[in-house]
Design a protein around this ligand. Sequence first.
Ligand SMILES: Nc1ncnc2c1ncn2[C@@H]1O[C@H](COP(=O)(O)OP(=O)(O)OP(=O)(O)O)[C@@H](O)[C@H]1O
Ligand SMILES: [Mg+2]
Length: 220
Amino acid sequence: MTELVIRADGICKHYGRGQTRVQVLRGLCFELAAGESVAIMGPSGCGKSTLLNLLNGLIRPDEGTLELFGQPCQGLSDNAWAGLRRTRVATLFQDGNLVSTLNVVRNIAFRAGLAGLEVEPLGLLRALGIAEVAQRYPDQLSGGQRQRAALACAFAVQPELILADEPTGSLDETSARRVMPLFFEAMHERGLTALIVTHNPSLARCCDRVLELSNGALRP
Ligand SMILES: Nc1ncnc2c1ncn2[C@@H]1O[C@H](COP(=O)(O)OP(=O)(O)OP(=O)(O)O)[C@@H](O)[C@H]1O
Ligand SMILES: [Mg+2]
């Protein structure tokens, strides 16, 4: 039987209350097998980032059950979630998630260090085409360079699951075409599982499956 990395069943999530209440997810069900890559598409505001943040424990569902790596998440403490984020579940946030006071190389070393690993950042940066910005701080990078630096940080953690929120959103077509194969090569090499939110149809086509998030649920 294939090992499941994610099993979500009947997930509901809302924000706000009273007149500002927004029901975002309505009984979402979803399974992701080990080694699989799935693209999630859907219009702005439909709940894609919300879904990723439920899967990395930054927010909690109102209803439904979630299992990661075959373990129920319901009773997990904040510390246990933080441990998962440090080691097994890497999130590539929409706006990049680099430490502003560390340069790119140190960001990578820092993230690897949190997972108890040592890495050679320059090799990763070269492969991603941003070796020339290795010594720069995040505020000295373009949006696309920041996204690639964040990708280098995610790979440095050697996670089992990558949750990526529009990983090519700030990249021009040429850079996206350069970075996408690296992403999938790294995935296959390391046996990674990936859930990728994207508006980019060519990135979605590279994934094993494409799901549409609409009306708070996922469908093919
Ligand atoms: N912290 C919050 N408080 C209140 N409403 C929120 C909060 N975060 C998100 N929302 C609302 O929930 C809905 C889903 O937001 P989410 O960020 O998940 O959408 P998305 O699909 O990622 O959109 P985009 O493609 O623009 O990134 C939106 O209507 C958004 O305004
Ligand atoms: Mg989003």
